[in-house]
Design a protein around this ligand. Structure first.
Ligand code: ATP
Length: 438
């Protein structure tokens, strides 16, 4: 882990304001007053998101010979959702205020009063969270399709394709990163609960007798991942979901909860989905989804362990963990202490002034380093302001080119976390940074 600290200074206001000010995350459709539950990622937000997704994909798909990647369509045959049980049960309990007509998830209201206006809340009813739309020119019930509320089903319906194309030996898994949509009754807490979000999911197929050991393996894989993206153990809590609260497909679920500024809430989950999904799709499609083990002469429907990771919640947890403030020479410095591998910009090249005699030294450094790292060249405003900006976006190293550089062919490298500055010869810069980024 790259940073060890307790973070009492972080509030959602500060995170949201930094995210907007510095170009990470904006309100969706902001100039029209926004659209509840949607957020747009700006240049630095996508860079951070991409770094997270790339790291996940490499680790859980590319670096493993038992994993198969997939990118299924968001729109699926509606029978998928019928078979999977989502049409009947992908619901949240909802209550409506009789006075202001606002709707709330009933687990978010305490007692019988409206959290907004104090009015009386009506009876609880079930609300299906899938977004419905129509495919094709005719809008009738036969053309109804849903936006997928999870990426998981795209993997189950491709189980047979993967078996037929690749003949994998058990156990093996599929991995997918993609958008999911849920008509959340109360989207809230910035990018924590949105109506359009991204998931990184794994469906890992096992023999029934091995589900428990595989569940434990994946549980510790998830812990290792959280550690590697810089989350701290003290902020993460495993919650064994009580039998009466389990989703319709699950025999065991553990939620990984994170201490967000607004409370301890679900970050990730791992579920034992039994053979529920493959059996349901076999029944629904009349296509056999059994696995044939030629070696052991067995035929069976595999059971499934599902580790699931929300991309947006990962970003929020990382931002909350990384955000720090400290007093420097009577001023507050805010800094994102992002793990270096996740930082959107790795190196900033900052000539002290816009004068040409400095840019002829600084530009070639920029051209050289950008071949290896995502770099930014910035010659506007005062050097103090530029440092502040790079600190706030989590850039690990700033290289300052000053008037001495012209003669001594050396530059100053400033470390984001310690603010320590090293004078490094330009021809040693690449080597110096390589070591720093190890
Ligand atoms: P919650 O109880 O918070 O609604 P959930 O248990 O319904 O979450 P899952 O169905 O397990 O969530 O979804 C898998 C993962 O997708 C979650 O662990 C979370 O990271 C992410 N996720 C789910 N719903 C949302 C949402 N509305 N906005 C952002 N991320 C979400």
């Amino acid at each position: 882990m790259e940073n060890e600290k307790t973070n009492e200074k972080v509030t959602m206001e500060k995170i949201e304001s930094l995210a907007k000010r510095r170009g990470f995350i904006y309100r969706g459709s902001e100039i029209y007053g926004g659209l509840a539950g949607t957020w747009d990622y700006g240049p630095l937000g996508i860079a951070l998101k991409k770094n997270i997704k790339d790291m996940w994909w490499k680790r859980f798909v590319e670096d493993r010979s038992d994993m198969y990647g997939i990118d299924a369509a968001i729109l699926m045959n509606p029978k998928v959702w019928e078979s999977a049980g989502h049409v009947a049960t992908f619901t949240d309990p909802l209550v409506e205020c009789e006075k202001c007509k606002k709707r709330f998830r009933s687990d978010m209201t305490e007692g019988k009063k409206c959290p907004d206006c104090g009015g009386k809340l009506g009876e609880e009813r079930q609300f299906n969270m899938m977004f419905k739309t129509t495919a094709g020119a005719v809008e009738d019930s036969a053309s109804v399709v849903y936006l997928r509320p999870e990426t998981a089903q795209g993997m189950f319906v491709n189980f047979k394709n993967i078996v037929d194309s690749f003949h994998p030996r058990m156990p093996f898994g599929m991995g997918q990163i993609g958008k999911a949509f849920r008509n959340e009754i109360t989207p809230r807490d910035f990018i924590f609960r949105t109506r359009e979000f991204e998931q990184m999911e794994i469906e890992y197929f096992v023999k029934e007798s091995e589900w428990n050991s595989q569940f434990e393996k994946w549980r510790s894989e998830m812990v290792d991942w959280m550690n590697d993206i810089g989350l701290q153990k003290k902020d993460i809590h495993e919650l064994e979901v009580a039998p009466e609260d389990l989703a319709h497909y699950s025999k065991r679920t553990i939620d990984f909860e994170f201490d967000f500024p607004f409370g301890r809430k679900e970050l990730y989950g791992i579920a034992y989905r039994t053979d529920f999904d493959l059996t349901s799709h076999q029944n629904g499609s009349s296509v056999t989804l059994e696995y044939i083990d030629d070696v052991n002469k067995e035929k069976y429907i595999p059971h499934v362990i599902e580790p699931t990771f929300g991309v947006d919640r990962t970003i929020l947890a990382i931002l909350c963990t990384s955000y720090d403030e400290e007093e420097v020479e009577g001023e507050v410095r805010s800094v994102l202490r992002l793990p270096k591998k996740l930082a959107p910009i790795k190196v900033a090249i900052l000539p002290l002034s816009k004068k040409e005699e400095l840019s002829v030294v600084a530009q070639p450094i920029f051209e050289m380093l950008r071949k290896e790292y995502v770099c930014q060249y910035d010659e506007t405003q005062s050097i103090g302001k530029r440092y502040r900006r790079q600190d706030e976006i989590g850039t690990p190293y700033c290289i300052t080119v000053d008037f001495e550089s012209i003669n001594d062919r050396a530059v100053t490298v400033r470390d984001r976390d310690t603010m320590k500055q090293d004078r490094i010869a330009i021809d040693k810069l690449s080597e110096y940074l390589k070591e720093k980024f190890l």
